[in-house]
Design a protein around this ligand. Structure first.
Ligand code: ASN
Length: 313
């Protein structure tokens, strides 16, 4: 890389770090971290440290580049999400959460969307024996953090001119297939732009999600899971659901996705020992910051944003 290019990048980073938008957004983000963490600890969740490299990580439902590290002859992936670690933990802990750095080296279609970072933090949680309804109401109660943010970060929201609305509970639930038939392929974006309050998309079809979300035994092909979507066009906030925990179901679902048992051999071995029913979700911290502050682009919610396709520090 030429010195000229390095200097341009150094200038770009310095300008970004000086932006008042970043300063105010990070103050809000700092409150989000402490308020959500306090909220969960009050409900008997234990915070666990994140896993950064592992022999097992989320396959995701969309293609990304897969960075791996060869270490003493073993192949580790960088964490795309801690979904499997969360599920394994529910064997020994009733309720856990973690602020988990996720690396998702997105492809060309996610370059400069204003919503994607190749490195972000997800507040990921899981509850043993919980149902989707349990985690939906937990999510709705957690969103009450808006009330505290409005007080604690009054100055910051004033800077952004953001009049943050406190959503009424329960949030609206819309079935995936209903949304699809009314609004077509692009339903998430259309509904998000139209709505004034966050809403749930539930009952996502099996082929649209990873193998670990639980298929409803009474409605084959439909999962007991959900996404929370922000209003005003901000798009997806969180995703989660109930989990497959029985060995035969897990194996069947891996095959249905066209994936191999070899890919998930670690998880399968744990499933042979027995896994618990559980449910949980993960919410992106930078996207939450973006929504609360009303930021146009997610870059302003991170001091060193990894914008897909763009060189960053
Ligand atoms: N955290 C999500 C969940 O709990 C999974 C993901 O990030 N892909 O379902």
């Amino acid at each position: 890389m030429e010195t000229r290019e390095i200097n341009a990048l150094v200038d770009e980073i310095s300008n970004h770090l000086e932006k008042p938008e970043l300063y105010h957004a990070l103050r809000v983000q700092s409150s989000i971290r402490s308020i959500t963490s306090e909220f969960l600890k009050d409900r008997n969740f234990i915070e666990v440290p994140p896993v950064i490299i592992s022999v097992l990580t989320d396959p995701l439902n969309h293609p990304v580049f897969d960075p791996t590290i060869d270490y003493y002859g073993y192949r580790y992936s960088l964490t795309k999400s801690m979904i499997f670690h969360k599920h394994l933990l529910t064997k020994h802990f009733d309720r856990i959460f973690t602020f988990s750095p996720n690396i998702r080296l997105e492809e060309q279609d996610k370059v400069r969307t204003g919503r994607h970072l190749a490195e972000f933090t997800q507040l990921d949680l899981e509850m043993k024996g919980a149902t989707r309804d349990d985690v939906i109401s937990l999510g709705e109660d957690m969103i009450d953090l808006f009330k505290r943010i409005k007080k604690t970060n009054e100055e910051d929201l004033k800077f952004f001119g953001r009049d943050l609305r406190i959503p009424a509970k329960p949030f609206k639930r819309i079935k995936y297939l209903d949304a699809y038939s009314e609004y077509g392929e692009d339903f998430e974006h259309k509904l998000s732009s139209e709505m004034k309050e966050p809403f749930w998309i539930i009952d996502i079809p099996l082929e649209k999600r990873e193998f670990y979300d639980r298929e409803d035994p009474s409605r084959p092909g439909i999962l007991v899971d959900m996404d929370l979507i922000y209003p005003e066009g901000y798009g997806e906030a969180l995703s989660g659901g109930e989990r497959e925990y029985q060995l035969d179901r897990i194996i069947e679902r891996i095959h249905k996705k066209g994936q191999t048992e070899e890919q998930f051999k670690w998880y399968i071995e744990f499933a042979k020992e027995g896994l618990n029913p559980s449910a949980g979700f993960g919410i992106g911290i930078e996207r939450l910051t973006r929504f609360i502050c009303g930021l146009e682009r997610i870059e302003d919610a991170h001091p060193f944003p990894k914008i897909p396709g763009h060189l960053s520090l």
